[in-house]
Design a protein around this ligand. Structure first.
Ligand SMILES: NC(=O)c1ccc[n+]([C@@H]2O[C@H](COP(=O)([O-])OP(=O)(O)OC[C@H]3O[C@@H](n4cnc5c(N)ncnc54)[C@H](O)[C@@H]3O)[C@@H](O)[C@H]2O)c1
Length: 389
């Protein structure tokens, strides 16, 4: 059950890199981090354009002295202050994540990084080692993991209610980029440009989300995959705007994933379906308060958020059943766990107990998945093990 009131003695001193004015995802971070008073935004290098970043930071009410031209200046200046930031969120285009994460960890900060964690496997491996060596939390913002019905699906699998898991279907297929919108939209342009996006477009941008959800809920691990990727808008090549992935999963299960930006008519199209020997669950992020559940020989049911029949892990609602909860609530749930994991207050550990949040290990798995998909597709959809030999 949701607990209101002061959850930490002191909110974490928090800064941001990226997420500037007009960015797609900056507001989501600021809303989620500050919703429960667990983090306080005190500093930022919000924009690739220093003047625009400073103007934006001051418009948010920050001390102009703490609106920095770039992340290096911010980490150095904040480290020199007794009240300097303890945590930083990185919400910049993909190819910059590695260098900024590395500098942040070296500056002794806990880090929340956007997905994909990095654009190369070796970079993600290095960050994992660095976060362990520095004993700092490096978390990855898989924001959909905070939905209550996602936790319910996970709990049902863990309790064995679905039997042995056989099939995991994953999808994130929207239709916003069916035409060459990048001509007039910088936020799409960097996504279809290898230097900023990395070796993939929709695989890193979209598939990493539903892959992560599918593995979280099923509790399985990806063993090998075969990927077919297409650039239906030709100018996007070599980056894909559609990807179809077949998977062999642990325990003899199989999986499939469809990621697309050209699924005309679809708003978000993010779903998973996990099928076991006794039952199945299905969830769609456009109807996040419902979970379709079926057991062999019985009619399909619809579990609703906020009810007493749900697993306790799925009952951390901010508002009772009947009122719809949504995207921002899911993000705030994830940020709550980040704050508890990053705070040095003993009570924070207790509050985190039994709760799960997306870590650097999940980020590394996502990067491996992304890189292997690109390699498989470029080798004629050859089957490849997830892990390098
Ligand atoms: N978790 C999610 O659901 C989700 C959703 C959208 C985007 N993302 C991820 O968030 C990241 C940002 O995506 P976006 O859509 O907000 O991009 P965007 O292009 O809309 O915004 C990027 C912002 O970063 C700033 N920036 C770029 N380089 C910078 C640098 N070196 N230092 C400081 N600021 C810099 C830009 O000025 C801009 O304000 C990407 O990695 C993307 O994959 C995640």
């Amino acid at each position: 059950m949701f607990v209101e009131g002061r959850l930490l003695e002191k909110p974490l001193r928090w800064g941001m890199v990226g997420g500037g004015k007009g960015s797609q995802i900056g507001y989501s971070h600021r809303d989620a981090a500050t919703r429960d008073g667990l983090m306080q935004l005190l500093a930022g290098a919000f924009d690739i354009d220093p003047a625009r970043g400073r103007d934006f930071g001051t418009s948010l009410g920050l001390d102009p002295q703490r609106c920095y031209a770039d992340y290096r200046a911010m980490f150095a200046a904040e480290a020199a202050r007794p009240d300097g930031i303890e945590v930083v969120t990185i919400a910049t285009p993909n190819s910059s994540h590695y260098a900024i994460c590395k500098a942040a960890l070296e500056a002794g900060l806990h880090v929340i990084c956007e997905k994909p964690l990095t654009i190369a496997e070796s970079e993600a491996e290095e960050l994992l080692a660095l976060s362990r060596a520095r004993q700092r939390v490096l978390a990855v913002m898989y924001g959909y993991t905070g939905y209550e019905m996602v936790q319910q699906a996970r709990a049902m699998v863990r309790k064995g209610e679905l039997g042995e898991i056989r099939i995991v279907q994953m999808q994130f297929a929207h239709g916003y980029h069916a035409t060459e919108v990048e001509g007039s939209d910088p936020g799409t342009r960097w996504r279809v440009t290898p230097a900023s996006s990395g070796p993939t477009y929709v695989i890193g941008d979209l598939a990493t989300h539903c892959f992560q959800l599918g593995m979280l809920v099923s509790g399985l691990r990806l063993e090998s995959l075969s990927c077919l990727r297409s650039s239906f808008v030709k100018s996007r090549a070599p980056l894909e705007d559609d990807a179809q992935v077949l998977m062999r999963l642990s325990g003899g299960a199989v999986g499939s994933l469809w990621a697309s930006a050209v699924n005309v008519g679809s708003a978000h199209g993010m779903k998973f379906r996990v099928i076991g020997s006794r039952g199945s669950v299905e969830w769609w992020d456009e109807h996040p308060n419902q979970l379709k559940v079926a057991f062999v020989g019985q009619p399909e049911m619809c579990y609703e958020r906020g009810h007493g029949y749900l697993d306790p892990s799925a009952r951390f609602e901010r508002v009772g059943g009947g009122h719809p909860a949504g995207y921002f609530d899911s993000w705030a749930n994830v940020y709550r766990r980040f704050a508890f994991a990053m705070s040095s207050e003993p009570a924070a550990r207790e509050r985190l107990a039994g709760q799960w949040f997306p870590t650097v290990e999940d980020g590394l798995e996502g990067v491996r998945f992304m890189v292997r998909c690109a390699e498989s597709a470029d080798a004629g959809s050859q089957w490849m093990p997830l892990k390098r030999a």
